[in-house]
Design a protein around this ligand. Structure first.
Ligand SMILES: [Zn+2]
Length: 130
């Protein structure tokens, strides 16, 4: 079996160690619980919160993502509607940021976990189920 890629594992919200188990306990579209993470991987038993408060650092990723959304949506409004009035920017940009919140939350945590969790892909991990 070939090694699952970093990008496909990240996009699929998979465990960084085994790249099989899910990090979050429900799909992204279930908005009433989009923030719920599994404590451990169902496949390799990796503890996702590698140390207490680990995911506070993911807020910097969320911040960067929201700044990017602010700039892109602001530019799109400026170009598409030829610089609309201030209230348009003040209502559309926060609405888009709120709509993208579940996506930003999850992928910020996943990116932080993949990049700063100190976890390497381990093809020979011991499956919890086997
Ligand atoms: Zn795992």
């Amino acid at each position: 079996m070939s090694k699952p890629s970093f990008i496909s594992s990240l996009a699929g919200q998979k465990c960084p160690k085994c790249r099989k188990g899910q990090v979050f306990s429900s799909p992204l579209y279930k908005l009433h619980r989009f923030w719920k993470m599994n404590e451990t991987c169902s496949c390799c038993n990796l503890r996702f919160e590698v140390e207490p408060g680990f995911f506070f650092g993911a807020m910097y990723f969320t911040y960067a993502f929201n700044v990017a959304v602010f700039i892109v949506v602001g530019l799109l409004l400026y170009l598409a509607f030829e610089d609309p009035e201030l209230w348009v920017y003040m209502s559309v940009i926060p609405a888009v940021i709120i709509l993208l919140l579940p996506f930003a939350f999850r992928y910020s945590r996943l990116l932080f976990l993949y990049l700063f969790g100190g976890i390497k892909y381990d093809a020979a991990h011991k499956d919890r189920l086997s």
